[in-house]
Write a protein that binds this ligand. Structure first.
Ligand SMILES: [Zn+2]
Length: 180
């Protein structure tokens, strides 16, 4: 693959900016932008689950259960994409516009995970319990229960990302000092 093509792909992912006369610049990702992405994500996912659950077909519920099983059996290396797939499966009944918006936010969030390491992508035992409850709520089309679980589930993610950005900043500051 030609180098220009690679840069174009990285640009599409938001990881670099191609600037005329300056070449390739690594995109700055700041904490406030990270929080904006996560707050948007929480709002959209909650809206999506509210719209989706009352409209879920039996096939869509089956797809949620399958996505959940796949995530549960996944090796950690693949769990980030499968985690995303599981969340997207919950919004199958939400409608194409909302699904697209949620997907965009999930991709934006993914860029932070790429930059700040895997810490925030680790699925904890609490996350696993949340996923079990979310899949069970889908079977019962229990929107109220799903909203409650999702709100707590996603806020923990936002707290994790803030923490990992802070520790990343400290590390960067420390190595700048060490390099004098
Ligand atoms: Zn999750």
């Amino acid at each position: 693959m030609p180098v220009r093509e690679v840069f174009r792909l990285l640009e599409a992912e938001g990881l670099v900016e191609l600037r005329p006369h300056r070449g390739v610049v690594v995109t700055e990702l700041d904490e406030d932008e990270a929080l904006e992405i996560f707050e948007t994500r929480v709002a959209l996912e909650i809206l999506a689950v509210r719209r989706s659950f009352p409209r879920l077909t039996d096939e869509q519920v089956k797809a949620i259960e399958t996505a959940h099983e796949t995530l549960r059996n996944a090796v950690p290396k693949h769990s980030a994409d499968l985690h995303r797939d599981f969340h997207v499966s919950l919004y199958a009944g939400a409608g194409p516009r909302l699904r697209r918006l949620v997907s965009e936010q999930l991709d934006a969030a993914q860029r932070y995970h790429l930059r700040f390491g895997r810490l925030a992508m680790e699925v904890t035992q609490q996350d696993r319990d949340d996923h079990v409850s979310l899949a069970a709520a889908a079977v019962k089309r229990n929107t109220r229960e799903a909203v409650k679980i999702l709100r707590a589930h996603l806020s923990r993610g936002a707290a994790e990302i803030t923490k990992s950005i802070e520790s990343h900043k400290k590390k960067t500051a420390k190595s700048a000092v060490e390099q004098g």
